[in-house]
Design a protein around this ligand. Structure first.
Ligand SMILES: Cc1cc2nc3c(=O)[nH]c(=O)nc-3n(C[C@H](O)[C@H](O)[C@H](O)COP(=O)(O)OP(=O)(O)OC[C@H]3O[C@@H](n4cnc5c(N)ncnc54)[C@H](O)[C@@H]3O)c2cc1C
Length: 417
């Protein structure tokens, strides 16, 4: 009964009629369906924005732990001084003021799918008709790793600045050791990009320094040709790339990485641990993909297979699509569209497309790029790469470097403005 009334409400208001009303008046109407989005990164912020962009007949609340979001995209450029952290900072004020989204700065402590309520860190509760979870990733523990000293710098923010400070304090002739986790992890080319950016910085600022890349994977995960050339030619004598180097433990005092290939002592040790969906996904019982690391979802709506009315987008979802911000933004639009259709008693759109794009700085003025398109395959119920859609640069160029910033600015604006 309650649901029918809300559907009727959406239909009655209609997009055109509602658009003329102020968000404040609309929020005051208690009959509006209530969608709560948790996590204000590329996936969550985009979902919240497009729910309101496409329909003012829905009450949208975005719950985010922090007041400022620091983009992991371009964050490797903080390490070589090409970007400051403040250039990667975004607030939620435009989403609040221009789109009428209720922004709540709180950590979500728990979700009760039965009562459809969220428990917030301050003890208050929020009810929802549909919930979207976009909490990103969390790290699996590594024996001996003290994450306050041995940094990952994989979620942007303070850790990136601290890693930059560690590099700046490193002596000439020093040793930077980077441990890459087994896939899937956030941003497939990202760790190799970091090795290049750090090698470039050390070459120019710390003569005689070396970079050892300890890759848990059997080979370079993305843009193999580009990074092979970078390691073997551009940074020959600086970068030593070692595949099949499974990280076993860390001595955080001595900065030693113990791996299946032996031990490596560093001046700066940068460990990117094995990743899985954000804690909230596990605590809510949604990490039900075959690996137990990610949330299985229906790719037509991103509704979790484990429970109704909860959707999961971004790095936490387990569709097999890359864990990246650009495609998280695309998933968010598919999800927002599906939620609005479902609230109107319709089925989700049947053949969604998503696409991924990554730009990788290779030096202080060159970059490479990688892109791929995914399409829903009704036979398997999965998102599959569109044949022939995989594109990548043939060689890193200064033109790509300029375009990298244009691409990123577009993505940032589409998400936060
Ligand atoms: C060096 C680097 C380079 C990259 N380059 C690219 C690139 O070129 N292209 C690309 O597409 N991607 C790139 N990425 C990947 C991209 O940054 C991530 O895939 C993207 O940030 C994931 O978005 P998300 O919204 O799923 O998660 P996040 O961005 O991590 O956002 C999750 C949000 O949820 C909040 N949150 C978590 N739990 C709670 C809770 N319980 N309560 C309230 N809030 C909560 C967090 O505070 C956070 O703000 C790169 C990543 C790195 C590290």
């Amino acid at each position: 009964m309650k649901q029918i009334t809300r559907r009727q409400c959406l239909r009655t208001l209609g997009l055109g009629a509602v658009a003329a009303m102020s968000p404040a008046i609309i929020r005051a109407q208690s009959l509006q369906p209530r969608v709560v989005v948790v996590g204000g990164g590329f996936a969550g912020a985009t979902t919240a924005k497009y729910l309101r962009h496409w329909s003012s007949g829905v009450d949208v609340t975005l719950v985010e732990a922090n007041s400022t979001y620091y983009s992991p995209i371009l964050s490797n450029l903080v390490l070589n001084g090409q970007r400051s952290l403040s250039q990667l900072a975004f607030s939620y004020s435009t989403l609040q003021q221009s789109y009428g989204i209720n922004v709540v700065q709180q950590t979500v402590a728990g979700v009760d799918p039965l009562t459809q309520r969220l428990q917030l860190g301050d003890g208050s509760q929020l009810s929802y008709d549909r919930l979207v979870l976009a909490p990103g990733i969390r790290f699996r523990s590594v024996p001996g790793l003290d994450s306050s000293r041995i940094l990952h710098a994989w979620k942007s923010g303070d850790q990136v600045v601290q890693l930059q400070q560690q590099l700046a304090a490193m002596p000439a002739g020093g040793h930077f050791v980077l441990a890459i986790p087994p896939k899937p992890y956030r941003c497939p080319p990202g760790p190799y990009e970091r090795a290049c950016v750090v090698a470039d910085y050390l070459q120019r600022n710390k003569p005689g320094s070396r970079v050892t890349v300890l890759d848990a994977n059997p080979s370079i995960v993305a843009e193999r040709e580009t990074f092979s050339v970078a390691f073997e030619q551009t940074y020959a004598g600086i970068v030593d790339y070692l595949p099949n180097a499974e990280l076993l433990s860390v001595d955080s005092d001595q900065k030693i990485a113990y791996t299946s290939l032996g031990s490596f002592t560093a001046d700066v040790l940068n460990v990117i641990p094995t990743q899985e969906a954000g804690s909230l996904i596990h605590e809510t019982g949604l990490a039900n993909d075959p690996t137990g690391r990610w949330a299985s979802v229906n790719p037509l709506s991103y509704e979790a297979t484990a429970t109704q009315n909860i959707h999961v987008v971004g790095d936490s979802q387990g569709t097999g699509q890359p864990k990246a911000g650009h495609i998280g933004n695309a998933e968010a639009k598919v999800c927002a569209d599906a939620i609005l259709r479902l609230l109107n008693g319709m089925s989700p759109y049947g053949t969604p497309l998503t696409n991924s794009a990554c730009y990788s700085p290779i030096s202080a003025n060159t970059a490479s790029w990688l892109t791929i398109v995914y399409r829903y395959d009704a036979t398997t119920g999965t998102m599959q790469p569109v044949p022939g859609s995989l594109g990548q640069s043939t060689t890193p160029t200064t033109r790509n470097y300029t375009r990298m910033f244009q691409w990123a600015e577009n993505l940032f604006a589409d998400t936060f403005s």
